[in-house]
Design a protein around this ligand. Structure first.
Ligand code: 6PG
Length: 465
């Protein structure tokens, strides 16, 4: 039997992707060293589907048709290198290996060059949408060799989520382009999740909403221009009761948040590129602050703000508009980072396509992605979504609402740093003149670092005292 496609790693993602491929008529093979996982695969498949599990790398590779296409769904880091090493002896020139995990993009560039020496095409591909996405239609972000992608295209387009009949997958660019785009996707994911969490707190402690009202508000928002996966699941999770106690489950969950690194990498690399993404930075650091539970308990007793108690009257539309404003800013920051990265790393990204494949399947899918797509369609060179006429106008019209929400947070001492970062970014970005001239003067004062002037050409140093 000759299989069309192979997957290494039959955990949740790998096995669901294989079943998805089989649903679309592809003959597929899976490899896992765990016999149980390899053997149970065939039982899960529907009748008539061609699907086989292997425990031997050699037998697995030899079962695939040429040029072979193999995707790795193993944890990022060493397991990826180990999996590649186990396949390598059986691969031929022209074969393709796709890493479908959340790998750190410099690792992808290294593997890309190492495998190119052996004439093997390596792809780094971000896959979003979790377990359900993998099974019924993920969003996929592949980067690697453009010509080799043609071998993968029919399979990926078949299994991807569809929006208006268009698949949520496209070839993104060279080398680590796919992993980079997925990394920034996750950074935006962190930012929007933090904004939603702050919104929940503002509703609860700021506006005095009851649990039911908060849940209903998110549900209503999901049926508006805020329609998105993250708002949808928030409305759903808030409706969930703990079976034992009957209490709202979310209120019983510890506030120590975890992370696996993609958000942090987005922020770290944004700093390297000098591409500011303050909402994402704040989202990463709020997960970090959440870990200092004991210190926070102590501080909550001594660092008191008296204005905390009374609730304020504000229409939920003000909060909704503020959220919209902050959300758009978060996407704008992430996509501006992609623009800078594409130039710096030579990815050749097309942001209209990125917006297009994020419209469905992925965690940050939202109605507004179509607006972003239109903006990049109109102007492929757009440096920042804030400069698009339509998007800019929607922010100008909602800015009074976010200013009001930030005031509520300030007055009541509710932490809303992501809202503040979104507004701060907007105000900085729309400032023709910033106060950074003072910084330049200070630098020259203490370190003779020199400055430029607005009234004449050249670099200057002043005798400040
Ligand atoms: C996705 C998610 C997925 C995963 C994140 C979570 O697009 O399907 O982003 O990749 O949920 O890695 O990251 P943290 O564990 O860091 O929150």
């Amino acid at each position: 039997e000759q299989y069309d496609f192979g997957i290494v790693g039959l955990g949740v993602m790998g096995r669901n992707l294989l079943l998805n491929m089989a649903d679309h008529g592809f003959a597929v093979a899976g490899l896992d060293l765990d016999e149980e996982k390899a053997n149970s695969l065939e039982k899960e498949a529907a009748e008539g589907h061609k699907i086989k599990g292997f425990t031997s790398a050699e037998a697995f590779v030899k079962s695939l048709r040429n040029p072979k296409a193999i995707m790795l769904l193993v944890p990022a880091g060493r397991p990826v290198d180990a999996a590649i090493a186990s396949l390598l002896p059986f691969l031929d020139s022209g074969d393709i290996v796709v890493d479908g995990g959340n790998s750190y993009f410099p690792d992808t560039d290294r593997r890309f060059s190492e495998l190119a020496e052996q004439h093997i095409h390596f792809f780094g591909m971000g896959i979003s949408g979790g377990e359900k996405g993998a099974r019924f239609g993920p969003s996929m972000m592949p980067g690697g060799d453009a010509q080799a992608y043609e071998r993968l295209r029919p399979v990926f387009e078949a299994i991807a989520a569809k929006v208006d009949g268009e698949p949520c997958v496209t070839y993104l660019g060279k080398g680590s382009a796919g992993n980079y785009v997925k990394m920034v996707h996750n950074g935006i994911e962190y930012g929007i999740m933090q904004l939603i969490a702050e919104t929940y707190d503002l509703m609860k402690r700021g506006l005095g909403y009851g649990d039911g009202q908060i849940q209903e508000t998110f549900e209503a928002w999901n049926n508006s221009e805020l329609h998105s996966f993250l708002i949808e699941i928030t409305a759903k999770l808030l409706a969930k009761k703990d079976e034992e106690t009957g209490k709202q489950l979310v209120t019983l969950i510890s506030d120590r948040a975890r992370s696996k690194g993609t958000g942090k990498w987005t922020s770290q690399n944004a700093m390297d590129l000098q591409a500011p993404v303050p909402v994402i930075d704040v989202a990463v650091l709020m997960r970090d602050i959440s870990k200092y539970k004991e210190e926070r308990i102590e501080a909550s007793k001594s660092l008191i703000w008296k204005g905390e108690k009374d609730t304020v009257e504000t229409s939920s539309d003000v909060l909704k508009n503020a959220f919209y404003f902050a959300m758009i800013n978060t996407y704008a920051q992430g996509m501006a980072q992609l623009t800078v990265a594409s130039k710096e790393y030579g990815y050749g990204l097309n942001l209209e396509e990125v917006a297009k494949i994020w419209r469905g399947g992925c965690i940050i899918r939202a109605l507004c992605l179509e607006d972003f797509r239109q903006a990049y369609l109109k102007n492929p060179e757009l440096p920042n979504l804030l400069l698009d006429e339509k998007i800019g106008e929607s922010l100008v019209n909602t800015q009074s609402d976010i200013r009001e929400v930030v005031k509520i947070a300030v007055d009541k001492g509710i932490p809303a740093p992501a809202y503040m970062a979104a507004l701060g970014y907007f105000d900085a970005y729309r400032s023709e003149t910033l106060s950074t001239n003072v910084i330049q003067a200070q630098r020259d004062f203490f370190g003779a670092h020199q400055f430029e002037r607005i009234d004449k050409e050249g670099v200057f140093h002043a005798q400040w005292e």
